[in-house]
Design a protein around this ligand. Structure first.
Ligand SMILES: Cc1ncc(C[n+]2csc(CCOP(=O)(O)OP(=O)(O)O)c2C)c(N)n1
Ligand SMILES: [Mg+2]
Length: 788
């Protein structure tokens, strides 16, 4: 293991430990009040126009208040990044408000349009959110990949001068540990020697439906320790630790250790008298029990029994301060869901909310005057000036929001040479050339792949640019002079991140590489490869990456039944629709190498554009004869916009074929079968059903809003076609991706495509069985003619 860098743990406020904790306790009380009140306000005070329940999680928030107070007001440094447990969003906003980084209006409009979001959102919240969360498990794992992305940036010496590496921190619910993607990530992290990573588990032993299994803690701890993590358990707070040395102390703690989760939760809900009754029975005969119980009234007894590590600021600070090196660390912090609220410990408290009367009572005990609920320092027991001075000294307060990095110029991407080529092969050649010829663009590209680097044609690039490894790592096959086309030498400056097969990890890796400009102030251009059908396997993580507004190029290949002999498990059908429906991702499916080169060149720019997004290339292994042509700038623009006439229809033509992707030869062949027809049909080459559709949709919207001189690309193209001419669409994918073409100027459409699982076969058989061959086109033309 390398020498571990120490993080700074100084107490920046200059206060001694006792007054630091006193100050934090006041802030903790305030954060608990504000988060509870924010949810109450949204549900019970703000007028409702639709009668819908607004929601919000008071108990999940209360569970995490102490840990978040310690983190944000003491431990965090400006360069650290945090994924906040989704349903603790109100605490996050309350803390940002206390730090002066969030507005009162946003809190008052929690869960309303333009207000603080229900779950932290990088794109929809106005305050700086590091990781979006909501789909549990993903934000947690994303922190691990953010740390790997940071190592890549450092390995390539691309961290801007004066910028320090940060810790990536996840505040997670214990039930998030049920999500498999967490463990996939831990395994991948171990392979890459991940560091600067903290996962803080809010171990309240409750999920949504109730109280969860006993004795999970040792299993989690073993697992993480197996993968080289330090584990830190925060079980008892200082009061319980002190009680250990008092009368009946050992017996009491031993009783808690053995207490089933359900019983502990139920007693936490019932309170002091119930604890007393139970302890009298269960610990009867323990010496000193009477003295222990006599020393505590019901309230004090409840306070003592609920004094768990995750609610005890001194215990939390000790744990955080003692873990200030780079080793990945799991903090298992025992907490009570709903702590200090009347909902505490109740198994049904997940969506439960305080009644108006309970809020009133809570207001009184929080020292908040009616009408002053939103005042930041209302009811605080320490002078306002001291609190303000403290808040100014908080290290995290120095965080500046900076979400961009200098742009990388995109040079011309040359069209790979070859008479016959598949788009996958063309992709490989483009990447190899970039790798060989270098330049700033090539230096910024980071590729990654879940064990399909070789089979997606990325090896040429990897041979040139090397594998990422935090340490120099020779390719032993090369050293031993065993002939191999792959030279897999690892080094810190390597530009390929090789992953295990888990597609979730691919998308989370892309998600965090594609946020490097925001996280580290340096632009990376991530390119990931995957088999197209397995987009579905990692789909939630892909959606998550787009929701975070991450910027990457996803190359998915091979695709469709064109992968003929490989059979149905490897043949993608629904992915064109995913490409179209996914916000933040523009989907292309070129047929020819020159189209791909134009799209990739545009894509590297689009990935950097503030209004841009990510790019999805659906490619194929089917080699096609390449058109002999030189594309003009206008041709390249058409290709990027989604379509061009490969053959313009003759004036007055009553038929056109619109195809997308590797099915091009069948479209061309079908049209030549109609050669005798006059007027001759057109062939519309569609390079992006997605861009083409969005252009049309956007034009329709603008016209609805009164703009008169807007015409979309597809409208311009279809002007060449009479309105009653039939359109046959052809794609190796679900046919509705192109069926909308009929709505543009009301042409009748017959959409050919794949709408069932694929199977093994050769192209001739499969295109016939699934209706994508020349005969099917002829049938479709007949059907369209009959309709007219
Ligand atoms: C992927 C996913 N599945 C289901 C949900 C619905 N859900 C929200 S919170 C929750 C339980 C969370 O329990 P835990 O993580 O322990 O958090 P706690 O509220 O106990 O702090 C569930 C099932 C979700 N948000 N994401
Ligand atoms: Mg929980």
């Amino acid at each position: 293991m390398t020498a571990l860098r120490k993080f700074d743990t100084t107490n920046h406020s200059g206060e001694d430990r006792a007054s630091l904790i006193e100050t934090l306790r006041e802030l903790e009380r305030r954060a608990l009040w504000l988060s509870t009140w924010m949810i109450h306000n949204a549900n019970a005070i703000r007028p409702s126009r639709d009668g819908l329940k607004v929601g919000g999680h008071q108990s999940s928030s209360a569970s995490l208040v102490s840990l978040m107070t310690a983190l944000y007001f003491h431990t965090l440094r400006p360069e650290d990044r945090v994924a906040v447990k989704p349903h603790a969003s109100p605490v996050f906003h309350a803390i940002q408000y206390l730090l002066g980084r969030q507005s009162r209006d946003q809190l008052m409009n929690f869960r309303g349009l333009g207000g603080a979001q229900s779950y932290p959102s990088r794109t929809k919240d106005s305050v700086d959110v590091d990781f979006s969360t909501g789909s549990v498990g993903l934000g947690v794992a994303a922190t691990l990949f953010a740390s790997l992305a940071q190592d890549l940036v450092m390995g390539r010496d691309m961290m801007p001068a004066g910028r320090r590496p940060g810790r990536m921190i996840a505040l997670m619910g214990d039930a998030e540990l049920d999500e498999g993607n967490i463990f996939e990530a831990v395994l991948e992290g171990w392979k890459h020697d991940v560091r600067n990573l903290w996962w803080i588990v809010d171990y309240n032993r409750q999920s949504l439906d109730g109280v969860i299994n006993d004795q999970l803690a040792p299993k989690f701890l073993n697992l993480f320790e197996n993968f080289g993590w330090r584990t830190v358990t925060l079980k008892y707070g200082k009061k319980l630790e002190a009680a250990r040395h008092g009368p009946s102390g050992e017996a009491l703690l031993d009783w808690i250790d053995r207490c089933p989760n359900q019983l502990y939760s139920a007693l936490s809900f019932k309170g002091g008298a119930a604890w007393r009754e139970r302890l009298k029975i269960d610990l009867s005969g323990a010496s000193g029990l009477g003295a222990l119980l006599d020393a505590h009234d019901d309230e004090a007894l409840s306070e003592l029994m609920c004094n768990l590590g995750g609610h005890d600021l001194a215990t939390i600070l000790d744990a955080f301060d003692a873990s200030a090196d780079e080793q990945p660390t799991l903090f298992l912090a025992y907490t009570i869901k709903g702590h200090r609220l009347p909902l505490a410990g109740h198994k049904d408290n997940h969506a439960g909310q305080l009644t108006a009367a309970q809020v009133e009572a809570f207001r009184a005990t929080s020292g908040v005057r009616a009408g002053h609920e939103w005042e930041p320092f209302e009811g605080m027991a320490i002078p306002r000036r001291r609190i303000q001075a403290f808040l100014e000294s908080v290290p995290f307060a120095a965080r500046k929001s900076q979400r961009s990095a200098p742009a990388i110029a995109v040079e011309r991407i040359a069209v790979p040479e070859g008479r016959e080529m598949s788009t996958q092969e063309a992709f490989g050649k483009i990447m190899t050339t970039l790798g060989r010829e270098g330049g700033e663009l090539a230096d910024r590209i980071i590729t990654t792949s879940p064990d399909v680097t070789v089979s997606t044609n990325l090896s040429g690039w990897v041979n040139r640019r090397g594998l990422f490894n935090r340490f120099q790592n020779a390719d032993i096959f090369q050293v031993e002079k065993v002939p191999s086309a792959q030279k897999w030498q690892g080094k810190p400056s390597g530009q390929h991140m090789e992953l295990g097969i888990a597609e979730n990890n691919l998308f989370l890796m892309l998600s965090q590489l594609g946020l490097s400009h925001d996280f580290f102030g340096t632009r990376l251009l991530p390119v990931g490869t995957v088999y197209d059908p397995f987009i579905n396997r990692g789909l939630d993580a892909l959606i998550y990456a787009c929701y975070q507004d991450s910027r990457f190029m996803l190359t998915a290949t091979p695709s469709g039944i064109t992968l003929a002999p490989e059979g149905g498990a490897h043949q993608s059908v629904n992915t064109p629709l995913i490409g179209m429906a996914q916000d933040g991702l523009t989907y292309f499916e070129p047929a020819f190498a020159d189209e791909l080169a134009a799209i990739m060149e545009w894509g590297f720019g689009y990935m950097q554009d503030e209004e841009g997004g990510s790019v999805y290339l659906r490619l194929s292994t089917r080699a096609l004869e390449q058109p002999q042509r030189q594309l003009s700038e206008a041709d390249r623009r058409d290709i990027v916009n989604g379509a061009y006439w490969l053959r313009r229809p003759d004036p007055g033509a009553n038929l056109t074929i619109a195809y997308c992707g590797a099915i091009a030869p069948e479209a061309i062949q079908a049209v030549s079968a109609f050669a005798g027809r006059s007027p001759g049909p057109g062939i519309l080459a569609i390079t992006s059903p997605d861009h083409l559709y969005r252009g049309w949709d956007e034009a329709c919207r603008r016209r609805r809003q009164g703009e008169t001189d807007v015409t979309s690309h597809i409208e311009t193209l279809l002007e060449a076609l009479p309105r009653d001419a039939g359109i046959i669409t052809m794609q190796d994918g679900y046919p509705t991706a192109l069926a909308w073409l009929g709505s543009v100027q009301r042409n009748p459409v017959h959409a050919l495509g794949v709408n069932r699982f694929g199977q093994c076969g050769d192209l001739t058989d499969l295109y016939r069985v699934y209706g994508l061959d020349a005969d099917s086109v002829e049938d479709a033309a007949r059907e369209l003619a009959a309709r007219r």
